[in-house]
Design a protein around this ligand. Structure first.
Ligand SMILES: *[C@@H]1O[C@H](CO)[C@@H](O)[C@H](O)[C@H]1NC(C)=O
Ligand SMILES: *[C@@H]1O[C@H](CO)[C@@H](O)[C@H](O)[C@H]1NC(C)=O
Ligand SMILES: *[C@@H]1O[C@H](CO)[C@@H](O)[C@H](O)[C@H]1NC(C)=O
Ligand SMILES: *[C@@H]1O[C@H](CO)[C@@H](O)[C@H](O)[C@H]1NC(C)=O
Ligand SMILES: *[C@@H]1O[C@H](CO)[C@@H](O)[C@H](O)[C@H]1NC(C)=O
Length: 509
Protein backbone atom coordinates (compact mmCIF):
# COMPACT_ATOMS: atom_id res chain seq x y z
CA UNK A 1 0.00 0.00 0.00
CA UNK A 2 2.75 2.40 1.01
CA UNK A 3 4.60 1.59 -2.21
CA UNK A 4 1.49 2.34 -4.20
CA UNK A 5 1.05 5.72 -2.57
CA UNK A 6 4.65 6.54 -3.21
CA UNK A 7 4.32 5.47 -6.81
CA UNK A 8 1.25 7.66 -7.21
CA UNK A 9 3.06 10.61 -5.68
CA UNK A 10 5.97 9.98 -7.98
CA UNK A 11 3.65 9.88 -10.99
CA UNK A 12 2.04 13.08 -9.82
CA UNK A 13 5.43 14.69 -9.55
CA UNK A 14 6.45 13.57 -13.01
CA UNK A 15 3.18 14.83 -14.37
CA UNK A 16 3.63 18.20 -12.72
CA UNK A 17 7.15 18.34 -14.05
CA UNK A 18 5.93 17.62 -17.56
CA UNK A 19 3.17 20.16 -17.34
CA UNK A 20 5.30 22.89 -15.86
CA UNK A 21 8.65 22.37 -17.45
CA UNK A 22 8.39 22.64 -21.20
CA UNK A 23 7.52 26.17 -20.41
CA UNK A 24 4.96 28.63 -21.41
CA UNK A 25 3.19 29.95 -24.45
CA UNK A 26 4.11 28.24 -27.70
CA UNK A 27 2.20 29.98 -30.43
CA UNK A 28 3.74 33.32 -30.04
CA UNK A 29 2.70 36.59 -31.61
CA UNK A 30 3.31 40.19 -30.72
CA UNK A 31 -0.45 40.74 -31.13
CA UNK A 32 -1.03 38.93 -27.87
CA UNK A 33 0.83 41.60 -25.88
CA UNK A 34 -0.83 44.87 -24.82
CA UNK A 35 -0.51 47.42 -27.64
CA UNK A 36 1.64 49.78 -25.55
CA UNK A 37 4.11 46.99 -24.68
CA UNK A 38 7.53 47.93 -26.08
CA UNK A 39 9.91 45.54 -27.83
CA UNK A 40 13.48 46.60 -28.45
CA UNK A 41 17.15 45.73 -28.38
CA UNK A 42 20.01 47.01 -26.22
CA UNK A 43 23.62 48.09 -26.42
CA UNK A 44 25.86 50.40 -24.41
CA UNK A 45 28.19 53.19 -25.43
CA UNK A 46 31.60 51.70 -24.72
CA UNK A 47 30.57 48.36 -26.18
CA UNK A 48 29.47 49.57 -29.63
CA UNK A 49 30.46 53.19 -30.29
CA UNK A 50 34.20 52.92 -30.89
CA UNK A 51 35.77 56.29 -31.78
CA UNK A 52 37.18 56.13 -28.27
CA UNK A 53 39.83 58.75 -28.90
CA UNK A 54 37.98 60.92 -31.39
CA UNK A 55 36.30 64.29 -31.26
CA UNK A 56 37.28 65.16 -27.72
CA UNK A 57 36.18 62.02 -25.88
CA UNK A 58 38.33 61.20 -22.84
CA UNK A 59 38.79 57.80 -21.16
CA UNK A 60 36.38 56.16 -18.77
CA UNK A 61 37.42 53.54 -16.22
CA UNK A 62 36.60 50.90 -18.89
CA UNK A 63 39.12 52.36 -21.35
CA UNK A 64 41.73 52.18 -18.61
CA UNK A 65 40.82 48.59 -17.74
CA UNK A 66 40.78 47.46 -21.38
CA UNK A 67 44.15 49.06 -21.99
CA UNK A 68 45.70 47.28 -19.03
CA UNK A 69 44.83 43.75 -20.24
CA UNK A 70 41.28 43.63 -18.87
CA UNK A 71 42.56 42.21 -15.59
CA UNK A 72 43.96 39.27 -17.60
CA UNK A 73 40.43 38.02 -18.21
CA UNK A 74 40.33 38.40 -22.00
CA UNK A 75 41.78 40.41 -24.88
CA UNK A 76 40.49 43.40 -26.77
CA UNK A 77 39.13 46.87 -26.14
CA UNK A 78 36.35 49.19 -27.23
CA UNK A 79 38.54 51.56 -29.26
CA UNK A 80 36.78 50.67 -32.51
CA UNK A 81 34.39 47.77 -31.80
CA UNK A 82 31.23 48.23 -34.01
CA UNK A 83 32.06 51.86 -34.81
CA UNK A 84 28.46 52.89 -34.23
CA UNK A 85 29.76 56.42 -33.75
CA UNK A 86 30.23 56.58 -37.51
CA UNK A 87 27.70 53.98 -38.59
CA UNK A 88 24.68 55.01 -36.54
CA UNK A 89 22.57 55.81 -39.60
CA UNK A 90 23.09 52.35 -41.04
CA UNK A 91 22.32 50.79 -37.64
CA UNK A 92 19.11 52.77 -37.15
CA UNK A 93 18.02 51.72 -40.63
CA UNK A 94 18.58 48.07 -39.65
CA UNK A 95 16.54 48.63 -36.48
CA UNK A 96 13.73 50.16 -38.48
CA UNK A 97 13.77 47.34 -41.01
CA UNK A 98 13.68 44.84 -38.18
CA UNK A 99 10.60 46.50 -36.69
CA UNK A 100 12.01 47.53 -33.29
CA UNK A 101 9.78 49.80 -31.19
CA UNK A 102 12.72 50.97 -29.11
CA UNK A 103 16.49 51.06 -28.82
CA UNK A 104 18.22 51.01 -25.45
CA UNK A 105 21.50 52.88 -25.63
CA UNK A 106 23.77 54.56 -23.13
CA UNK A 107 25.53 57.90 -23.17
CA UNK A 108 29.28 57.92 -22.70
CA UNK A 109 29.66 60.45 -19.87
CA UNK A 110 33.28 61.16 -20.85
CA UNK A 111 32.26 61.81 -24.46
CA UNK A 112 29.64 64.35 -23.45
CA UNK A 113 31.57 65.89 -20.53
CA UNK A 114 35.16 64.68 -20.96
CA UNK A 115 36.37 65.67 -17.48
CA UNK A 116 33.24 64.38 -15.76
CA UNK A 117 32.03 67.88 -14.87
CA UNK A 118 32.30 71.29 -16.35
CA UNK A 119 32.62 71.83 -20.04
CA UNK A 120 30.36 70.04 -22.49
CA UNK A 121 32.04 68.57 -25.58
CA UNK A 122 30.12 70.03 -28.56
CA UNK A 123 30.99 67.06 -30.78
CA UNK A 124 29.69 64.65 -28.15
CA UNK A 125 26.50 66.65 -27.82
CA UNK A 126 26.12 66.65 -31.60
CA UNK A 127 26.59 62.88 -31.81
CA UNK A 128 23.87 62.06 -29.31
CA UNK A 129 21.53 64.60 -30.87
CA UNK A 130 22.13 63.00 -34.27
CA UNK A 131 21.57 59.48 -32.98
CA UNK A 132 18.42 60.40 -31.06
CA UNK A 133 17.02 62.35 -34.03
CA UNK A 134 17.74 59.45 -36.35
CA UNK A 135 15.86 57.08 -34.02
CA UNK A 136 12.90 59.41 -33.63
CA UNK A 137 12.62 60.01 -37.36
CA UNK A 138 12.36 56.24 -37.84
CA UNK A 139 9.70 55.93 -35.15
CA UNK A 140 12.03 54.23 -32.67
CA UNK A 141 11.85 55.23 -28.97
CA UNK A 142 15.23 55.92 -27.37
CA UNK A 143 15.60 54.42 -23.88
CA UNK A 144 18.75 55.97 -22.47
CA UNK A 145 21.09 54.86 -19.67
CA UNK A 146 23.36 57.45 -18.08
CA UNK A 147 25.94 55.22 -16.40
CA UNK A 148 26.63 51.85 -17.97
CA UNK A 149 29.68 51.17 -15.71
CA UNK A 150 31.79 53.75 -17.60
CA UNK A 151 32.66 56.46 -15.08
CA UNK A 152 34.98 59.18 -16.44
CA UNK A 153 38.54 58.23 -15.41
CA UNK A 154 39.12 61.81 -14.30
CA UNK A 155 36.62 61.49 -11.45
CA UNK A 156 38.12 58.17 -10.36
CA UNK A 157 41.56 59.80 -10.23
CA UNK A 158 40.41 63.00 -8.63
CA UNK A 159 38.43 61.72 -5.66
CA UNK A 160 37.91 57.97 -6.01
CA UNK A 161 34.72 58.16 -8.09
CA UNK A 162 31.79 56.31 -6.57
CA UNK A 163 33.43 55.80 -3.15
CA UNK A 164 33.19 59.53 -2.55
CA UNK A 165 30.04 61.46 -1.71
CA UNK A 166 31.22 64.06 -4.23
CA UNK A 167 29.98 61.81 -7.03
CA UNK A 168 26.37 62.64 -6.15
CA UNK A 169 26.75 66.27 -7.18
CA UNK A 170 28.73 65.50 -10.35
CA UNK A 171 26.33 62.77 -11.43
CA UNK A 172 23.34 65.05 -10.86
CA UNK A 173 24.92 67.78 -12.97
CA UNK A 174 25.65 65.29 -15.75
CA UNK A 175 22.05 64.07 -15.59
CA UNK A 176 20.89 67.70 -15.71
CA UNK A 177 22.78 68.22 -18.97
CA UNK A 178 21.22 65.09 -20.48
CA UNK A 179 17.66 65.95 -19.37
CA UNK A 180 18.05 69.52 -20.64
CA UNK A 181 19.64 68.66 -23.99
CA UNK A 182 17.81 65.43 -24.92
CA UNK A 183 14.73 65.28 -22.70
CA UNK A 184 12.44 66.84 -25.29
CA UNK A 185 12.85 63.56 -27.24
CA UNK A 186 13.98 60.99 -24.63
CA UNK A 187 11.20 59.89 -22.26
CA UNK A 188 12.79 56.83 -20.64
CA UNK A 189 15.91 57.40 -18.56
CA UNK A 190 17.83 54.85 -16.54
CA UNK A 191 20.36 56.36 -14.18
CA UNK A 192 22.61 53.37 -13.46
CA UNK A 193 22.98 50.01 -15.18
CA UNK A 194 23.48 46.82 -13.11
CA UNK A 195 24.43 48.76 -10.00
CA UNK A 196 24.73 45.58 -7.94
CA UNK A 197 27.22 43.93 -10.29
CA UNK A 198 29.21 47.17 -10.55
CA UNK A 199 29.50 47.34 -6.75
CA UNK A 200 30.33 43.65 -6.23
CA UNK A 201 32.75 43.08 -9.11
CA UNK A 202 34.32 46.53 -9.00
CA UNK A 203 34.70 47.01 -5.24
CA UNK A 204 34.55 43.61 -3.51
CA UNK A 205 36.08 41.09 -5.94
CA UNK A 206 38.13 43.71 -7.79
CA UNK A 207 37.71 41.81 -11.02
CA UNK A 208 36.16 44.64 -13.04
CA UNK A 209 36.79 48.40 -13.16
CA UNK A 210 37.76 50.27 -11.13
CA UNK A 211 39.38 47.14 -9.62
CA UNK A 212 39.15 47.97 -5.97
CA UNK A 213 39.51 45.22 -3.36
CA UNK A 214 41.25 44.47 -0.09
CA UNK A 215 44.87 43.36 -0.48
CA UNK A 216 45.30 39.73 -1.60
CA UNK A 217 41.66 38.84 -1.08
CA UNK A 218 40.78 37.89 -4.66
CA UNK A 219 42.80 39.92 -7.15
CA UNK A 220 45.89 42.09 -6.74
CA UNK A 221 44.13 45.40 -6.39
CA UNK A 222 46.22 48.48 -5.77
CA UNK A 223 43.50 50.03 -3.65
CA UNK A 224 40.18 49.37 -2.02
CA UNK A 225 38.50 47.81 0.99
CA UNK A 226 36.18 44.91 0.21
CA UNK A 227 34.55 45.01 3.61
CA UNK A 228 33.33 48.59 3.30
CA UNK A 229 33.48 49.95 -0.25
CA UNK A 230 30.76 47.84 -1.92
CA UNK A 231 28.31 49.20 0.66
CA UNK A 232 29.60 52.75 0.44
CA UNK A 233 29.46 52.73 -3.37
CA UNK A 234 25.92 51.40 -3.35
CA UNK A 235 24.86 54.07 -0.87
CA UNK A 236 26.30 56.77 -3.12
CA UNK A 237 24.67 55.23 -6.20
CA UNK A 238 21.29 55.27 -4.43
CA UNK A 239 21.77 58.91 -3.42
CA UNK A 240 22.92 59.87 -6.92
CA UNK A 241 19.86 58.22 -8.42
CA UNK A 242 17.58 59.87 -5.86
CA UNK A 243 19.13 63.23 -6.52
CA UNK A 244 18.87 62.96 -10.34
CA UNK A 245 15.31 61.70 -10.07
CA UNK A 246 14.31 64.59 -7.78
CA UNK A 247 15.91 67.06 -10.16
CA UNK A 248 13.93 65.58 -13.05
CA UNK A 249 10.66 65.75 -11.16
CA UNK A 250 11.22 69.32 -10.03
CA UNK A 251 12.67 70.80 -13.18
CA UNK A 252 11.70 68.70 -16.21
CA UNK A 253 8.85 66.29 -15.57
CA UNK A 254 6.13 68.91 -15.99
CA UNK A 255 7.32 69.76 -19.48
CA UNK A 256 8.85 66.53 -20.67
CA UNK A 257 6.59 63.90 -19.07
CA UNK A 258 9.30 61.26 -18.95
CA UNK A 259 10.33 58.60 -16.43
CA UNK A 260 13.51 57.97 -14.46
CA UNK A 261 14.27 54.34 -13.66
CA UNK A 262 17.07 52.22 -12.29
CA UNK A 263 18.62 48.91 -13.33
CA UNK A 264 19.95 45.83 -11.53
CA UNK A 265 21.02 42.38 -12.61
CA UNK A 266 18.53 39.88 -11.27
CA UNK A 267 19.20 36.17 -10.95
CA UNK A 268 16.93 33.19 -10.46
CA UNK A 269 17.56 31.61 -7.06
CA UNK A 270 16.57 28.25 -5.64
CA UNK A 271 17.90 26.43 -2.56
CA UNK A 272 20.30 23.62 -3.42
CA UNK A 273 18.63 21.32 -0.92
CA UNK A 274 15.51 21.51 1.21
CA UNK A 275 17.52 22.06 4.36
CA UNK A 276 16.36 25.03 6.39
CA UNK A 277 19.93 26.43 6.11
CA UNK A 278 19.78 26.54 2.32
CA UNK A 279 16.25 27.93 2.31
CA UNK A 280 17.27 30.73 4.70
CA UNK A 281 20.42 31.34 2.66
CA UNK A 282 18.30 31.76 -0.47
CA UNK A 283 16.23 34.43 1.25
CA UNK A 284 19.43 36.10 2.43
CA UNK A 285 20.85 36.16 -1.11
CA UNK A 286 17.57 37.71 -2.33
CA UNK A 287 18.07 40.49 0.22
CA UNK A 288 21.76 41.02 -0.51
CA UNK A 289 21.47 40.85 -4.26
CA UNK A 290 18.11 42.48 -5.05
CA UNK A 291 16.83 43.90 -1.76
CA UNK A 292 20.01 45.96 -1.28
CA UNK A 293 18.49 48.36 -3.83
CA UNK A 294 14.79 47.55 -3.91
CA UNK A 295 14.26 47.82 -0.17
CA UNK A 296 15.60 51.41 -0.04
CA UNK A 297 13.58 52.37 -3.14
CA UNK A 298 10.34 50.97 -1.76
CA UNK A 299 10.75 51.27 2.03
CA UNK A 300 13.53 53.85 2.44
CA UNK A 301 16.02 51.57 4.20
CA UNK A 302 18.22 48.48 3.74
CA UNK A 303 16.80 45.01 4.47
CA UNK A 304 16.93 43.94 8.13
CA UNK A 305 19.08 40.92 7.23
CA UNK A 306 21.78 43.18 5.85
CA UNK A 307 21.64 45.57 8.79
CA UNK A 308 22.04 42.65 11.21
CA UNK A 309 24.97 41.09 9.40
CA UNK A 310 26.89 44.08 8.03
CA UNK A 311 26.25 46.32 11.06
CA UNK A 312 28.39 49.45 11.20
CA UNK A 313 29.97 48.82 7.78
CA UNK A 314 26.57 49.38 6.17
CA UNK A 315 25.96 53.12 5.81
CA UNK A 316 22.77 54.14 7.54
CA UNK A 317 20.22 56.40 5.94
CA UNK A 318 19.56 59.75 7.54
CA UNK A 319 15.91 60.78 7.41
CA UNK A 320 16.73 63.17 4.59
CA UNK A 321 18.56 60.54 2.55
CA UNK A 322 15.84 58.02 3.10
CA UNK A 323 13.25 60.49 1.76
CA UNK A 324 15.45 61.22 -1.23
CA UNK A 325 15.73 57.55 -2.22
CA UNK A 326 12.28 56.23 -1.27
CA UNK A 327 9.83 56.32 -4.19
CA UNK A 328 12.47 57.85 -6.49
CA UNK A 329 12.27 55.01 -9.01
CA UNK A 330 9.64 55.34 -11.74
CA UNK A 331 10.42 51.85 -13.07
CA UNK A 332 12.92 49.08 -12.50
CA UNK A 333 14.97 47.76 -15.40
CA UNK A 334 15.86 44.12 -14.99
CA UNK A 335 18.74 42.37 -16.71
CA UNK A 336 18.25 38.62 -16.58
CA UNK A 337 20.46 35.82 -17.85
CA UNK A 338 21.22 33.21 -15.21
CA UNK A 339 19.83 31.14 -12.40
CA UNK A 340 21.73 29.69 -9.47
CA UNK A 341 21.34 27.14 -6.74
CA UNK A 342 22.10 28.54 -3.30
CA UNK A 343 24.15 26.71 -0.70
CA UNK A 344 24.49 28.07 2.78
CA UNK A 345 28.11 28.94 3.60
CA UNK A 346 28.48 30.87 6.82
CA UNK A 347 32.00 32.05 7.51
CA UNK A 348 33.00 33.30 10.91
CA UNK A 349 35.25 35.98 9.51
CA UNK A 350 33.13 38.76 7.99
CA UNK A 351 35.71 40.20 5.65
CA UNK A 352 33.72 41.30 2.62
CA UNK A 353 30.36 41.44 0.85
CA UNK A 354 30.60 37.82 -0.31
CA UNK A 355 31.35 36.55 3.19
CA UNK A 356 28.54 38.71 4.58
CA UNK A 357 26.11 37.11 2.14
CA UNK A 358 27.35 33.77 3.45
CA UNK A 359 26.23 31.62 0.55
CA UNK A 360 27.65 29.95 -2.51
CA UNK A 361 25.90 30.54 -5.81
CA UNK A 362 26.25 27.38 -7.85
CA UNK A 363 25.49 26.73 -11.47
CA UNK A 364 23.24 23.68 -11.59
CA UNK A 365 24.60 20.40 -12.98
CA UNK A 366 24.46 20.32 -16.72
CA UNK A 367 25.11 24.03 -17.16
CA UNK A 368 27.09 24.24 -20.38
CA UNK A 369 30.06 26.52 -20.61
CA UNK A 370 29.22 28.12 -23.93
CA UNK A 371 25.50 28.75 -23.67
CA UNK A 372 23.25 30.22 -21.05
CA UNK A 373 20.78 27.55 -19.89
CA UNK A 374 17.18 28.37 -20.64
CA UNK A 375 15.15 28.78 -17.44
CA UNK A 376 12.35 31.22 -18.20
CA UNK A 377 10.29 30.01 -15.23
CA UNK A 378 12.99 31.40 -12.94
CA UNK A 379 12.55 34.87 -14.47
CA UNK A 380 8.85 34.48 -13.68
CA UNK A 381 9.88 33.52 -10.16
CA UNK A 382 11.93 36.70 -9.79
CA UNK A 383 9.06 38.85 -11.08
CA UNK A 384 6.58 37.14 -8.76
CA UNK A 385 8.85 37.53 -5.75
CA UNK A 386 9.30 41.25 -6.47
CA UNK A 387 5.56 41.70 -6.71
CA UNK A 388 4.98 39.83 -3.46
CA UNK A 389 7.71 41.65 -1.52
CA UNK A 390 7.69 45.14 -3.02
CA UNK A 391 4.42 45.57 -4.88
CA UNK A 392 3.52 45.67 -8.54
CA UNK A 393 5.71 48.56 -9.71
CA UNK A 394 6.50 49.04 -13.44
CA UNK A 395 9.23 46.81 -14.86
CA UNK A 396 11.17 46.61 -18.07
CA UNK A 397 13.25 43.61 -19.06
CA UNK A 398 16.25 45.66 -20.15
CA UNK A 399 18.51 42.78 -21.10
CA UNK A 400 17.93 39.14 -21.88
CA UNK A 401 19.73 37.05 -24.44
CA UNK A 402 21.88 34.10 -25.34
CA UNK A 403 25.64 33.90 -25.59
CA UNK A 404 27.33 32.06 -28.46
CA UNK A 405 30.99 31.92 -29.48
CA UNK A 406 31.71 34.99 -31.53
CA UNK A 407 32.61 33.03 -34.68
CA UNK A 408 29.80 30.52 -34.58
CA UNK A 409 27.16 30.06 -37.25
CA UNK A 410 24.77 32.77 -38.41
CA UNK A 411 22.12 30.10 -37.88
CA UNK A 412 22.07 30.82 -34.16
CA UNK A 413 19.46 28.30 -33.05
CA UNK A 414 20.38 28.55 -29.36
CA UNK A 415 19.54 32.27 -29.43
CA UNK A 416 16.28 31.77 -31.33
CA UNK A 417 15.20 29.13 -28.87
CA UNK A 418 16.21 31.27 -25.89
CA UNK A 419 14.25 34.30 -27.10
CA UNK A 420 11.19 32.27 -27.99
CA UNK A 421 11.08 30.66 -24.54
CA UNK A 422 11.62 33.88 -22.59
CA UNK A 423 9.20 35.99 -24.60
CA UNK A 424 6.62 33.21 -24.34
CA UNK A 425 6.95 33.03 -20.56
CA UNK A 426 6.87 36.80 -20.29
CA UNK A 427 3.51 36.77 -22.04
CA UNK A 428 2.26 34.50 -19.25
CA UNK A 429 3.60 36.97 -16.69
CA UNK A 430 1.89 39.89 -18.40
CA UNK A 431 -1.39 37.96 -18.60
CA UNK A 432 -1.15 37.11 -14.93
CA UNK A 433 -1.13 40.84 -14.15
CA UNK A 434 2.55 41.58 -13.63
CA UNK A 435 3.40 45.16 -14.51
CA UNK A 436 5.98 44.39 -17.24
CA UNK A 437 5.99 47.16 -19.84
CA UNK A 438 8.73 46.22 -22.25
CA UNK A 439 11.40 43.78 -23.31
CA UNK A 440 14.84 44.41 -24.82
CA UNK A 441 17.08 41.75 -26.32
CA UNK A 442 20.73 41.99 -25.38
CA UNK A 443 22.23 42.78 -27.80
CA UNK A 444 21.40 44.46 -31.08
CA UNK A 445 24.93 43.96 -32.44
CA UNK A 446 27.80 41.66 -31.55
CA UNK A 447 29.44 44.06 -29.11
CA UNK A 448 32.63 44.26 -27.06
CA UNK A 449 31.35 42.17 -24.17
CA UNK A 450 32.31 43.52 -20.76
CA UNK A 451 32.77 40.02 -19.33
CA UNK A 452 34.32 38.28 -22.34
CA UNK A 453 35.63 40.81 -24.86
CA UNK A 454 35.27 39.43 -28.38
CA UNK A 455 35.24 35.73 -27.44
CA UNK A 456 31.49 35.45 -26.97
CA UNK A 457 28.68 37.55 -28.29
CA UNK A 458 24.94 38.06 -27.93
CA UNK A 459 24.10 39.99 -31.10
CA UNK A 460 21.12 39.68 -33.40
CA UNK A 461 23.59 40.99 -35.99
CA UNK A 462 27.05 39.56 -36.52
CA UNK A 463 29.70 42.24 -36.93
CA UNK A 464 32.61 41.04 -39.04
CA UNK A 465 35.72 42.39 -37.31
CA UNK A 466 37.96 41.14 -40.11
CA UNK A 467 36.11 43.28 -42.63
CA UNK A 468 37.48 46.85 -42.58
CA UNK A 469 33.96 48.18 -43.15
CA UNK A 470 32.70 46.17 -40.13
CA UNK A 471 29.74 44.88 -42.10
CA UNK A 472 26.66 43.78 -40.18
CA UNK A 473 25.07 40.44 -41.10
CA UNK A 474 21.69 39.34 -39.77
CA UNK A 475 21.65 36.10 -37.84
CA UNK A 476 18.67 33.76 -37.88
CA UNK A 477 17.63 35.35 -34.57
CA UNK A 478 17.36 38.75 -36.30
CA UNK A 479 14.98 37.25 -38.84
CA UNK A 480 13.04 35.43 -36.13
CA UNK A 481 12.68 38.55 -33.97
CA UNK A 482 11.66 40.60 -36.98
CA UNK A 483 8.96 38.08 -37.96
CA UNK A 484 7.71 38.20 -34.39
CA UNK A 485 7.72 42.01 -34.29
CA UNK A 486 5.91 42.29 -37.60
CA UNK A 487 3.44 39.59 -36.59
CA UNK A 488 4.35 37.56 -39.61
CA UNK A 489 3.64 33.87 -39.34
CA UNK A 490 6.69 32.01 -38.08
CA UNK A 491 8.55 29.99 -40.67
CA UNK A 492 7.38 26.42 -39.97
CA UNK A 493 10.94 25.21 -40.58
CA UNK A 494 12.10 27.41 -37.78
CA UNK A 495 9.36 26.31 -35.43
CA UNK A 496 10.16 22.68 -36.17
CA UNK A 497 13.85 23.23 -35.61
CA UNK A 498 13.24 24.95 -32.28
CA UNK A 499 11.30 21.95 -31.03
CA UNK A 500 14.07 19.62 -32.21
CA UNK A 501 16.99 21.76 -31.14
CA UNK A 502 18.39 20.56 -27.86
CA UNK A 503 19.50 23.69 -26.13
CA UNK A 504 19.66 22.80 -22.47
CA UNK A 505 16.52 23.48 -20.45
CA UNK A 506 17.51 23.02 -16.84
CA UNK A 507 14.65 21.85 -14.71
CA UNK A 508 16.38 21.88 -11.35
CA UNK A 509 15.59 25.56 -10.92
C1 LIG B 1 38.60 48.32 5.83
O1 LIG B 1 37.80 49.16 6.64
C2 LIG B 1 37.54 48.64 7.92
C3 LIG B 1 36.53 49.54 8.60
O2 LIG B 1 36.91 50.87 8.47
C4 LIG B 1 38.86 48.55 8.68
O3 LIG B 1 38.63 48.02 9.95
C5 LIG B 1 39.80 47.63 7.91
O4 LIG B 1 41.06 47.60 8.51
C6 LIG B 1 39.95 48.09 6.48
N1 LIG B 1 40.63 47.06 5.72
C7 LIG B 1 41.57 47.34 4.85
C8 LIG B 1 42.12 46.17 4.11
O5 LIG B 1 41.96 48.46 4.64
C1 LIG C 1 48.98 38.52 -7.65
O1 LIG C 1 50.35 38.82 -7.76
C2 LIG C 1 51.21 37.72 -7.50
C3 LIG C 1 52.62 38.21 -7.50
O2 LIG C 1 52.85 39.09 -8.55
C4 LIG C 1 50.90 36.65 -8.56
O3 LIG C 1 51.72 35.52 -8.31
C5 LIG C 1 49.45 36.25 -8.50
O4 LIG C 1 49.15 35.34 -9.53
C6 LIG C 1 48.55 37.45 -8.64
N1 LIG C 1 47.16 37.06 -8.41
C7 LIG C 1 46.16 37.41 -9.23
C8 LIG C 1 44.81 36.89 -8.84
O5 LIG C 1 46.31 38.08 -10.22
C1 LIG D 1 12.29 19.86 -1.95
O1 LIG D 1 11.03 19.37 -1.59
C2 LIG D 1 10.09 19.42 -2.66
C3 LIG D 1 8.72 19.02 -2.10
O2 LIG D 1 8.82 17.93 -1.22
C4 LIG D 1 10.57 18.50 -3.77
O3 LIG D 1 9.67 18.55 -4.83
C5 LIG D 1 11.93 18.98 -4.25
O4 LIG D 1 12.44 18.11 -5.21
C6 LIG D 1 12.89 19.08 -3.09
N1 LIG D 1 14.07 19.75 -3.58
C7 LIG D 1 15.29 19.33 -3.34
C8 LIG D 1 16.39 20.14 -3.92
O5 LIG D 1 15.54 18.33 -2.69
C1 LIG E 1 37.48 33.45 -34.89
O1 LIG E 1 37.94 32.64 -35.94
C2 LIG E 1 39.22 32.97 -36.39
C3 LIG E 1 39.55 32.12 -37.61
O2 LIG E 1 38.84 30.94 -37.60
C4 LIG E 1 40.22 32.76 -35.28
O3 LIG E 1 41.52 33.11 -35.71
C5 LIG E 1 39.84 33.64 -34.11
O4 LIG E 1 40.67 33.41 -33.01
C6 LIG E 1 38.40 33.37 -33.70
N1 LIG E 1 38.02 34.34 -32.72
C7 LIG E 1 37.47 34.01 -31.58
C8 LIG E 1 37.19 35.13 -30.65
O5 LIG E 1 37.18 32.87 -31.31
C1 LIG F 1 12.65 24.37 -45.11
O1 LIG F 1 13.94 23.78 -45.11
C2 LIG F 1 14.24 23.05 -46.26
C3 LIG F 1 15.58 22.35 -46.04
O2 LIG F 1 16.52 23.19 -45.44
C4 LIG F 1 14.25 23.97 -47.48
O3 LIG F 1 14.51 23.24 -48.65
C5 LIG F 1 12.88 24.63 -47.57
O4 LIG F 1 12.88 25.57 -48.62
C6 LIG F 1 12.53 25.30 -46.28
N1 LIG F 1 11.18 25.82 -46.32
C7 LIG F 1 10.88 27.07 -46.03
C8 LIG F 1 9.43 27.42 -46.05
O5 LIG F 1 11.74 27.90 -45.75
Amino acid sequence: MKDKVELLLLCAEVLVALLVLPSCVYTLSKDEFPTEFVFGASTSAYQVEGAANEDGRKPSIWDTFAHSDNGNLYDGDGDITCDQYHKYKEDVQLMANMGLDAYRLSISWSRLIPDGRGEINPKGLQYYNNLINELISHGIQPHVTLHHWDLPQKLEDEYGGWVSRRIVKDFTEYADVCFREFGDRVKYWTTVNEANVFAIFGYDLGMLPPQHCSPSLYFNCSKGNSSTEPYLVTHNILLAHGSASRLYRNKYKGMQNGFVGFNILTVGLAPQTNSSEDITATQRVQDFYHGWYLHPFIFGDYPETMKKIVRSRLPSFTKKESNLVKDSMDFLGINFYYSFLVKNNVQMDHRDYMADMAADLIFPDGTPFEEVPITPWSLQGVLDSFKNTYGNFPLYIHENGQQTPRNSSLDDWPRVKYLQEYIGCMLDSVRSGLNVKGYFVWSFLDAFELLSGYEFSYGLYFVDLKDPSLSRQPKLSAKWYSDFLKTRPMDPNVTMQIQKNNSPMLDSL
